[in-house]
Write a protein of this length. Structure first.
Length: 227
């Protein structure tokens, strides 16, 4: 579903992503774990076509990122909608951009938005706004979903609800690419984990191969400048 080969991304003289390679299989939750500034978001944005790589290659669902947009969904770190648009209106608007779309009412039910379906965006809580972002990511019935630190800023209850949704996505046979800086979240959700350090993959394996405490020790070494 996702194949990266020797991906490179630069910002001026800074090489944020330095030769990253990995693959994500159908029905797999793949986690990219690393501290802020490690290059996680740059990799995700190259994968979904928001940024152009400076080297290497990216294939999504067998296609170049620009050609795969009908087949993927994405939740970025911040979702901004018009203050007065409602969840129901937003789903209809975004659904109109695609050749096919999911049932809007079913999405509202799935993401627990029925009670707020006709409430303006500026009246919703942070957790409710994040659920709208997720519903919009599924509006085109994607084969693969990209999630950039989707639980950041959520309270514990909203985080648990979101975890259930992510696991349900895998059960439906979709691939999930998830960035996070939480070891606990990566262990709960991911089939495989790659640890990113200064733009390079420092370790990659399934959750059994990167089991605590070795995963915690490696992550601490990297974030503290060792290793």
């Amino acid at each position: 579903m996702l194949v990266l080969r020797d991906l490179v991304k630069r910002y001026g003289g800074v090489e944020a992503v330095r030769g990253v390679s990995f693959e994500v299989a159908p029905g797999e939750i793949f986690g990219l774990l690393g501290p802020n500034g490690a290059g996680k978001t740059s990799i995700l944005e190259c994968a979904i076509g928001l940024r152009q790589p400076d080297g290497g290659s990216v294939r999504v669902c067998g296609l170049a990122p620009a050609d795969a947009k009908e087949r993927i969904g994405a939740v970025l770190q911040a979702t901004a909608l018009h203050d007065k648009i409602t969840p129901r209106e937003a789903l209809r608007l975004f659904g109109s951009f695609y050749s096919r779309h999911a049932d809007y009412e079913a999405l509202l039910r799935r993401f627990a938005l029925m009670e707020k379906a006709d409430a303006p965006f500026d009246s919703l809580s942070g957790g409710q706004r994040q659920r709208i972002a997720l519903a919009l990511a599924f509006v085109n019935e994607p084969e693969m979903v990209f999630l950039d630190e989707p639980t950041a800023g959520l309270d514990p209850r909203a985080r648990r609800e979101l975890h259930k949704t992510i696991l349900q996505t895998r059960a439906e046979g979709r691939a999930v690419f998830l960035t996070t800086h939480s070891i606990e979240e990566a262990e709960i959700l991911c089939d495989r984990i790659a640890i990113l350090h200064r733009g390079r993959i420092a370790a990659l394996g399934n959750t059994a191969e990167l089991r605590k405490p070795s995963l915690e020790e490696l992550f601490l070494q990297l974030t503290e400048g060792g290793g």
